[in-house]
Design a protein around this ligand. Sequence first.
Ligand SMILES: [Zn+2]
Length: 109
Amino acid sequence: MQNTHVSAEPWPLGVTARYLTVGGATVDLTKGDRYYPTEDGIGETRNHTSVSCAGCPAAEEFSHWVERIGSYGGRWDEHHPEVADEQARSWAQEHAEKCRAMPRPEVAR
Ligand SMILES: [Zn+2]
């Protein structure tokens, strides 16, 4: 008899939140960053919150950076990780409620 108690297993490194889908898979939130080249050649590293389903290929990425446009047309970016986390959590919640894909069992060795 296999142990199906999902929450007893430790979460993979970097997972900050986990949702259980109706199909028994998990939707995981992780943080990441990626380097983007810029015109001046220096480049920048942008952080994001990723969310992906272990049962199906569904995945989404929410940038921590929000573009603001000032009243005189100036643009700048603000760092709002909590906004990205909130968006990622609602994506995960919504996906977990409808995804019926089952997690692929470990291959027997
Ligand atoms: Zn899914």
